[in-house]
Ligand binder design. Structure first.
Ligand code: NAD
Length: 512
């Protein structure tokens, strides 16, 4: 690749080779052929490339039938996308993208062979999700021409691609791939060659903390999913997602990221998972995972219905409760009476952050058996999470549940926990994102965009932290760290410094 650094690479219509005509290879062929490039697809399995390209055409034909693609556009794509029978047919390509089996030895062998076929200035990119790009690049005489180009499934619809700059990747290779990806209408984000790259790294928190909450018997998988979907706006909860991906696949990703990060406690996998994998509870594809499936449809677990409200109820609400006015309104509307002293109230309601209900009740001098806690960080009008102390009586639990559900807002009743479900998960996600930013694995803007597009979260993680308040995120993490001593909860200095300065979590480091 000598001399290539001087001249910008051509990014108009290119010759793009795709090796591997499986799920990802087909999507990549479609994306770049639709973007106007000439695409040549090779697969080692006889006829697989021809079948793959035919499948792409069939997909596009259905788009034409739905009026979402012009038929002359399809004619152009047919002329530009071809399969080929030999790897050597890729000799004239400007870029070759590999999407074969996830095996380091097989990929290294392929890259070594490709280098003997293509021109010196051809870029070689790998779609690996979990291997070290530098390890693939080191099979080449010119590792500077090799980068990761990580798409998500389905490629044409998941409009983000990670460009992984391995330690030796030339800046021009990164710039060229960025131009090609953006020319095809996808957001390109540049990421360091680190475990899970960006999206899979940033997405860890949802699973690790969700599993931890279930491990601690704070809530069931479906209760965790309900709260995260309805209170925080996730499209799916962690257990629904694990069932969709397949626990057999996800458990390997969890273990591999933990090991590749040198056993970083933040990514420690849950011991709940291996027995379920051993039992074949993979999720949708085996008919049972965290949920059961009948004819491909999730069987909704029974949800606890709200008990009826007892008459003559007296309620004390912590005067510092953030939702104090809304809670007072509920009390008034139900005909219950507010008490100004906690000592003679049937129910005492507190709203702690990063603290369990038992500790909050004791701190405020309340009777824990008459106390419940309500999450103050989630919107009071969507779903309410009510946490019990260790000794909350069933009568107090039911009366408080009835009161909170009296205006038809659904209520989740959970066990005592340092921080509620939503608090714990959001704090974990923000903390992991902060560390990604601190380590400059990606620029803040790329991190935010990749998480929104790649994971479908309603906000980028650092912006989400700002919305919740950096001080509160810190309070939740410190509360968990102090109470459990588990280093997985140690807050990133990125959050601590910005919270202390009162600036946005999106604030990058000062230029040096
Ligand atoms: P797949 O099994 O659907 O397809 C792989 C194809 O590669 C097969 O057609 C196979 O015949 C072919 N192949 C295997 N070895 C080959 C070789 N040496 N030379 C030429 N062809 C070969 O796999 P996939 O899901 O498309 O994944 C491909 C790559 O993309 C993997 O590295 C995977 O980790 C990564 N990836 C997958 C996803 C996903 O959701 N499936 C998402 C992102 C990245």
């Amino acid at each position: 690749m000598s001399g290539q650094a001087d001249a910008p690479r051509r990014t108009g219509a290119l010759h793009i080779g795709v090796v591997g005509a499986g799920t990802m290879g087909r999507g990549i062929v479609q994306l770049f052929a639709q973007a106007g490039h000439t695409v040549l697809c090779f697969d080692e399995k006889l006829d697989a490339a021809a079948h793959g390209v035919a499948a792409v055409f069939a997909t596009l034909e259905s788009l034409v039938a739905k009026g979402r693609l012009a038929s002359d556009a399809l004619d152009g794509i047919r002329a530009r996308a071809k399969s080929c029978a030999a790897l050597t047919d890729l000799a004239g390509c400007d870029v070759v993208i590999e999407a074969i089996i996830e095996d380091i030895a097989v990929k290294r062998d392929l890259f070594g062979r490709l280098e003997g076929i293509v021109a010196d200035n051809c870029i070689l990119a790998t779609n690996t999700s979990s291997l070290i790009v530098a390890e693939i690049a080191s099979a080449c005489r010119h590792p500077e021409r090799v980068a990761g180009l990580h798409f998500f499934n389905p490629v044409p619809l998941m409009k983000v691609a990670e460009i992984i700059a391995a330690v030796r990747t030339a800046p021009l290779v990164v710039a060229t791939l960025r131009a090609i990806v953006e020319g095809a209408g996808h957001k390109a984000v540049v990421v360091a060659d680190q475990p899970g790259f960006l999206v899979n790294h940033a997405g860890r928190g949802l699973y690790t903390e969700g599993l931890r909450i279930v491990e601690e018997r704070v809530a069931t998988p479906s209760e965790v999913d309900d709260v995260l979907r309805e209170s925080l706006g996730f499209r799916m909860g962690p257990f629904e997602l694990l069932d969709l991906t397949g626990l057999d696949v996800s458990s390997k990703v969890m273990t591999s990221i933990y090991e590749q990060f040198q056993e970083e406690p933040r990514f420690r996998p849950s011991s709940l998972v291996p027995p379920r994998v051993a039992a074949g509870l993979y999720g949708r594809k085996t008919g049972e995972g965290w949920y059961r499936y009948e004819k491909g449809q999730k069987v909704e677990p029974a949800r606890r219905s709200a008990p009826s409200l007892p008459g003559g109820l007296t309620v004390w609400v912590d005067p510092d409760a953030p939702d104090g006015d809304a809670l007072a309104g509920l009390v008034q509307n139900t005909g219950a009476r507010r008490r100004l002293s906690a000592s003679d109230a049937d129910i005492c309601v507190v709203q702690p952050i990063g603290e369990d209900a038992t500790s909050a009740a004791l701190r405020l001098g309340l009777d824990p058996s008459r106390s419940v806690a309500v999450d103050p960080i989630t919107p009071f009008v969507r779903r309410r999470t009510m946490m019990l102390t260790v000794t909350t009586t069933p009568a107090v639990r039911d009366a408080a549940h009835a009161l909170l559900a009296s205006d038809e807002v659904p209520v989740s009743v959970i066990g005592d926990s340092i921080g509620f479900i939503a608090q714990r998960v959001i704090a974990t996600i923000v903390n992991i994102a902060a560390n990604i930013a601190q380590r400059a694995i990606a620029e803040v803007e790329d991190l935010e965009a990749a998480v929104r597009i790649g994971l479908g979260y309603p906000f980028g993680p650092l912006h989400w932290g700002d919305r919740m308040g950096a001080t509160k995120i810190l309070q939740i993490l410190n509360g968990q760290l102090q109470a459990t001593g588990d280093p997985r909860y140690r807050p990133s200095p990125w959050i601590a410094r910005r919270a202390a300065l009162g600036v946005s979590l999106l604030t990058p480091e000062a230029p040096r």
